[in-house]
Ligand binder design. Sequence first.
Ligand SMILES: Cc1cc2nc3c(=O)[nH]c(=O)nc-3n(C[C@H](O)[C@H](O)[C@H](O)COP(=O)(O)OP(=O)(O)OC[C@H]3O[C@@H](n4cnc5c(N)ncnc54)[C@H](O)[C@@H]3O)c2cc1C
Length: 395
Amino acid sequence: MLNSQLVNEPVWLTTLSAAEWAELATSDADLLANPDVLIVGGGIVGLATAYYLTDLGATVQVVEARSLASGATGASAGGIWPNEEGPSHPAAYQPIGFLGRDQWGRLAVRPGFDFDWRVNGFLNLNAERFAPSAEAYSAQAHELGFSLKPVDADQISRLEPQVANGFREGLHFPSEAHLNPVKASLSLARVARRGGCRIRTDTRVVGVESSANRIVAVTTTAGRIEPRHVVATTGWTLDWLGSAAPPKLPLRPVSGQMIATEPQSPLLKCSIGGRVLVLQLKTGQIVVGASQRENSSLESDSAVTAEFIAATREIVPALRDIPFRRVWCGVRPATPDGLPILDRCETAENLWLNCGHFRNGILLAPACGKLLAEWIVKGEPSQDVSGLNGMRFQN
Ligand SMILES: Cc1cc2nc3c(=O)[nH]c(=O)nc-3n(C[C@H](O)[C@H](O)[C@H](O)COP(=O)(O)OP(=O)(O)OC[C@H]3O[C@@H](n4cnc5c(N)ncnc54)[C@H](O)[C@@H]3O)c2cc1C
């Protein structure tokens, strides 16, 4: 199949059962007129926030402009890789990264949750990433509290027999995991709904009314809501807030492309990072990505697809004969330091921000959702989140 003939569709949609498709199409008919909390945005961050708020007894209304997980969430790779990503981030990343990993592990075994959780480890073979040596990089990362070990050529081929010969060293992250981000979103929505949360899709927030430093009403395409609190989980855009939007928040869109095969019999044990990321889903598809472009385009680029395929075949020779069938793009919500904004807003005291999760929103969604829910319901989060405030960009 030629690159230009790849089907333009995220792989995740091909993994859903009939019941999950029905859930994706479900929209609660009535809007709650006076919920404790209105969540704007039905990606994984909004749905995780809704789940934890409902769990703490709040009445919650979610409003999503399109369908659930139709933004960055449904385009992502589903990686839960706090140790692999960690050392390159500011210090505020580690506690929320570890909390996110821990929460996903707990949710995976709770009733109502079903999201293809797979703890298969991550093997990083990209020598540029761990220069000058895997040994030295590991020692530094251990000092910072991350979990990994340096591996040599023999260990690499034992950990992942499909990797090409010639990789002399690498990093192994044994506790890194993986999930299906659309099924995870549906699970959060399902369990939140059972707790009384209302989730309305195909409904856009178009404006807010403020008075005395508070949002008093929110206008949606399905009617007006007067919530006690409003949570913005709309990724990189806050245009619906109009003049209530906090000034100078440097959120920006960064587009990313991925490709996938049809389901294959089990081939890869670990997720692999080389010139590209290569992983096999629990449902069998091999997924490869991801590019980074400073724009909000959802148009795939056939040159990027060709580059992905060439790089993949260099890392995993067995993939030479397996065609890629799907290509898709998504738009990451980025901030200058790559960390999210989790904060109470200075422009309106009942407006909360949980946005800008960039490359790690799937990992961080349950951590940020849990901590924000505690902050709103109990008055403070159980972990310090001051390193994630919006003011850090004001200087
Ligand atoms: C190619 C790619 C690979 C990635 N891989 C990973 C990975 O492996 N691991 C990881 O942790 N992260 C990964 N990410 C990042 C992750 O996908 C994002 O950080 C995360 O999905 C952000 O979630 P969100 O809910 O904030 O945003 P979104 O999923 O974009 O949700 C925001 C929602 O708000 C809605 N909305 C916007 N405006 C309005 C309005 N006015 N009214 C109502 N609704 C509105 C949108 O329709 C959208 O559904 C990847 C991203 C991409 C693009």
